[in-house]
Write a protein that binds this ligand. Structure first.
Ligand code: GAR
Length: 198
């Protein structure tokens, strides 16, 4: 069986991308292989991580494209040239339109740093998610890996993992714990699951 060809889309630090690379090296991901990393931000450290791992990279800037349509068409073109089967959004901080998501039904996976349906949707990304969880006062949060459809954070859930909120947590300490205890574990597991099923 040939491996599913994976593209990872990133915007920032890329610790989730790193978790995928490590999972490939340690044999947690065996049914797929990361062939491409696409960033919408030319300064994303994730691009360095990809290069260090010998993975091809591409930068597509929405600003330079001038419109959402052209931005998405450009990404589609690259995905098609690289014959990508599965797209993983790993800290990709730009919302994709229905036009894009409809082109890849149940082929786009996202990791979100809360237990969906809490603290998700438009405006909830990165640290803002943890700020909202702390402000609300929930005692348990976590991470969710889900398929991406036209509704932000609204697609079918693949995996979730809960993480306790501790006395004295700041958005930063909580973000780190959610990454370590949940995101970096369930993202590779979910990617392997989906790749093994297609
Ligand atoms: C992660 O916590 C990820 O779940 C979150 O941004 C961070 C990216 O970190 N994504 C979202 O909030 C998407 N709505 P990383 O670049 O180190 O992987």
């Amino acid at each position: 069986m040939s491996k599913a060809r994976i593209a990872v889309m990133v915007s920032g630090g890329g610790t989730n991308l790193q978790a995928l690379i490590d999972a490939q090296n340690s044999g947690i991901i065996t049914s797929g292989s990361v062939k491409l990393v696409i960033s919408n931000n030319p300064d994303a450290y994730a691009l360095e991580r990809a290069k260090k791992a010998g993975i091809q990279t591409a930068v597509v800037s929405k600003k330079q494209c001038g419109s959402q349509d052209i931005f998405e068409e450009k990404i589609k073109e690259i995905l098609s040239i690289k014959k990508i089967d599965i797209i993983v959004l790993a800290g990709f901080m730009s919302i994709l339109s229905a036009n894009f998501t409809n082109a890849y039904p149940e082929r786009i996976i996202n990791v979100h740093p809360s237990l969906i349906p809490s603290f998700c949707g438009k405006g909830f990304y990165g640290l803002k998610v943890h700020e909202a969880a702390l402000k609300y006062g929930v005692k348990v949060t976590g991470a969710t890996v889900h398929f991406v459809n036209e509704i932000p954070d609204g697609g079918k859930i693949i995996m979730q993992k809960a993480v306790e909120i501790l006395e004295g947590d700041t958005p930063e300490t909580l973000q780190k714990r959610v990454m370590q205890q949940a995101e970096w574990k369930i993202l590779p597991e979910a990617v392997e699951k989906v790749c093994s099923e297609i």
